[in-house]
Design a protein around this ligand. Sequence first.
Ligand SMILES: Nc1ncnc2c1ncn2[C@@H]1O[C@H](COP(=O)(O)OP(=O)(O)OP(=O)(O)O)[C@@H](O)[C@H]1O
Length: 257
Amino acid sequence: MPAPALSVTDLALSIGGRQLVHPLTFSVGAGERVALLGASGSGKSLTAAAVAGSLPDGISASGSITFAAGSGRGHAALIRQDPATALNPLVPVGKQIAIPLRIAGLSRTEAVTEAGRLLARAGIGEPARILSRYTGQLSGGQLQRICIALALACGSSLLVADEPTTALDAVTQLKVLATLRAWGAEGRSLLFITHDLTAAASLCTRALVMEAGQIVEQAPMAEVLRTPQHPYTRRLVQAARASGQPLAAPTATAVAA
Ligand SMILES: Nc1ncnc2c1ncn2[C@@H]1O[C@H](COP(=O)(O)OP(=O)(O)OP(=O)(O)O)[C@@H](O)[C@H]1O
């Protein structure tokens, strides 16, 4: 069995002696798409930041986070709800995507061509036109997909996506979810942080559920939807069903597609 893309063991996070995240242990398999669900303030974003190595100042961490050996040039890439914060507003996005490609040894021309190809792979229409744009000239959904193209350019094998669809309209949400699905279908791993069970169920095959800084449930997504165990998970499933949106975990065939 291949080593997990990500193994988190007894990860605990605190600030000034106040425990924000209690010791957590979980893994994300190679090519697996895992949802990290939980209410606001349950510790999802801090966990995501710890995995991506970008904890805010003042937060202390203990425990271990390991990545599969040889799992790509950059281990984990993080995309957030506000993707503009990850990009430089003064540099055209194509140039920003070209930087890691140049570092990896591509010539200037090759890097620009590859940046366009990666934008297309991330679901951006008319990539040649988008390459020369600045972040201020692009929509939230486009910026999310540009961050995914950047993660592709960095050779990341694991994408940590922290509420990437929360601020988007329904149509754009579907486009970003499709890009994330394609990311996983190419054998890369995904940790999808959200409080939107409908989005998580459409994308992920396994779910971790957090409440008050602890993982209270972890199971295959289909099982979570069918027989949620923890009271918070039950409320989440009931609320999603009450909204009338279809709730179904991806099948093994859909994952391989
Ligand atoms: N930089 C920080 N300094 C102090 N406390 C923090 C900091 N960041 C987060 N916290 C606290 O840690 C807890 C977990 O926060 P976190 O942002 O991880 O929650 P979350 O589940 O991602 O919530 P949301 O869905 O609203 O983003 C909260 O109580 C929050 O107030």
